[in-house]
Design a protein around this ligand. Sequence first.
Ligand SMILES: N[C@@H](CCC(=O)N[C@@H](CS)C(=O)NCC(=O)O)C(=O)O
Length: 212
Amino acid sequence: MNYVKQLDREGQQRPFLFSYRRCPYAIRARMALIACEIDFDIYEISLKDKPKQMLELSLKGTVPVFIYNEMVLDESLDIMNWAKEQKKNTLIEINPADERLVKKIIEANDGEFKNKLDLYKYTSNKDITLKIKYRKDCEIYIKSLNEKLETQEYLLSNKFGYLDIAIFPFIRQFFNVDLKWFESNPYKSLKNWVERISDSELFNQSMQKPDS
Ligand SMILES: N[C@@H](CCC(=O)N[C@@H](CS)C(=O)NCC(=O)O)C(=O)O
């Protein structure tokens, strides 16, 4: 992952990612690309001042946007799937028997949970009763993940993989809303999982800053 100052529309040879460091969708895309040993250029956008080049390639104006040759992918899961298909590293292969479950958990994550997470995250601490209500709404999904992790180290098995990458950035964001609560929350297996992935080289590489 190599930070660059712009997309070279004529001469760009390497895969290219428009990204935003803290965006959970962009994090899952970066982690998948790095896990699959794809060497890519990356451009850190400002959400308040999106680059024209990016909007020309993808009208919807969300990150991540991935460009390789003539291909433009502007959905994080499409980027993960493309990385997986390159088969440079089997780390994030999905066992065919798990495909339906993976899809179901990601749909719950990106749909209902993400909506509730945004309500929780963006409700001011001044309205603490409402904020706690939204956190409790999130906890239905949080509890279901915690239960999976009581008997195995990662979401599908004892092996880290695709589903962990897809889900982790959102759970991290959930816990980051209130780090004090994170320390004392009852979801110990999920807390350990978050800490384990947060400490991983893969995650830390994906969070590299533009100026480092
Ligand atoms: N479904 C898209 C969602 C991406 C998304 O919503 N990204 C947010 C940042 S976390 C974004 O770019 N929002 C546009 C904005 O804030 O203007 C994906 O999976 O890539």
